[in-house]
Write a protein that binds this ligand. Structure first.
Ligand code: NAG
Length: 178
């Protein structure tokens, strides 16, 4: 008898369950061109949507990716980022891209993108990156650690990085924005 009720319970549970899968919902609209006018009233993914009747091809156009950025700076590189702020048609589409130019021995300093993962392809002096966010953000490690305003406590940096006080002060001076 016990076995029968156990089987019945399992059968009922099996009937009550179904296969499920979870994923981000697809956008319900084909596009939602970002607009700064809050009176537009349609708010998706952090930006207001332009009235679809007013959308034009230009909202999906960015020119200038063919132009090298100026690499005459301390790190010898230049990032031309095309995110939702530059190309409003990217709003809600979850992508952006960047052109990176490098001077000889130039580099793109270690950084993270808090809201995106990055796919990177490069040649000798030029690289392109695709990012999984319309606005991936960037945190450049050295600037965030040594150039934060207000600064991170000197003793913390000395111990955390096992550095001499003079070295930390030197780095803070180098990275703190003027
Ligand atoms: C990148 O290049 C552009 C265009 O030449 C320039 O305006 C900008 O200041 C450069 N950025 C850096 C960080 O050097």
């Amino acid at each position: 008898m016990k076995g029968v009720s156990f089987l019945a319970t399992v059968a009922i549970l099996a009937l009550a369950s179904s296969f499920v899968s979870a994923y981000d919902p697809s956008p319900l609209q084909d596009f939602c061109v970002a607009i700064n006018d809050i009176k537009s009233g349609v708010f998706v993914n952090g930006k207001f949507c332009k009235d679809p009747a007013m959308v034009s091809a230009n909202d999906f156009f960015f020119s200038g990716l063919n132009i090298p950025g100026n690499t005459g700076n301390k790190v010898g590189s230049n990032v031309t980022l095309v995110n939702v702020d530059k190309l409003p048609g990217l709003n809600t589409l979850g992508i952006s891209l960047a052109r990176l130019d490098f001077a000889p021995y130039g580099l793109n300093p270690p950084h993270t993108h808090p809201r995106g993962t990055e796919l990177f392809g490069e040649t000798a002096a030029l690289a392109f990156a695709g990012l999984s966010s319309q606005n991936p953000g960037v945190i450049t490690i050295a600037n965030a650690v040594f150039g934060s305003v207000p600064p991170i406590n000197l003793d913390v940096l000395i111990k955390a990085f096992q550095l001499d006080k003079n070295v930390v002060e030197y780095l803070q001076k180098a990275f703190t924005p003027n």
